[in-house]
Design a protein around this ligand. Structure first.
Ligand SMILES: [Zn+2]
Length: 140
């Protein structure tokens, strides 16, 4: 029985979509949106390490993690708060954050969940990677 990274409803898939904040324009959506009540637990779908936590004016409270081999970067935006700090080792199933509605680029409580793959880490930045559909990481 697989476990869920977050219990919620997919509200916007990965790829090209109409910008929800400006419906006249089409944009690449670099992740997926999961509608979930503020305070919904988010569990790590991977064994890895916390890379960064920060506040971004659009993405709100944000958490970045990587897998142990450093092959992928997973991002979680619009959080209520994160429960881990940079440098921490995390295991599959660990509570890492609570979802929220923080930041400017949101039209309702949800998690923006993103994946970058194919790059390498340099000074805490993921270099040369490409955005990919994180749906496989919704369960673990
Ligand atoms: Zn999104």
């Amino acid at each position: 029985m697989k476990k869920h990274t977050i219990n919620g409803i997919l509200s916007s898939p990965f790829g090209t979509r109409k910008d929800p904040l400006n419906p006249a324009t089409w944009r690449i959506h670099n992740g997926i949106d999961i509608a979930a009540t503020v305070g919904t637990p988010i569990h790590s779908p991977i064994n890895g390490e916390v890379v960064a936590t920060y506040y971004h004016n659009k993405g709100g409270t944000t958490l970045i993690i990587k897998d142990l081999k450093g092959k992928i970067r997973l991002g979680f935006c619009h959080l209520q708060r994160h429960t881990v700090t940079p440098g921490m080792t995390i295991k599959k199933g660990d509570l890492i954050a609570l979802s929220g509605n923080s930041g400017g680029a949101t039209t309702g409580a949800h998690l923006h969940f993103s994946l970058k793959t194919g790059g390498t880490w340099s000074d805490g930045e993921y270099v040369g990677g490409k955005w990919a559909d994180p749906t496989p990481y919704l369960t673990y």
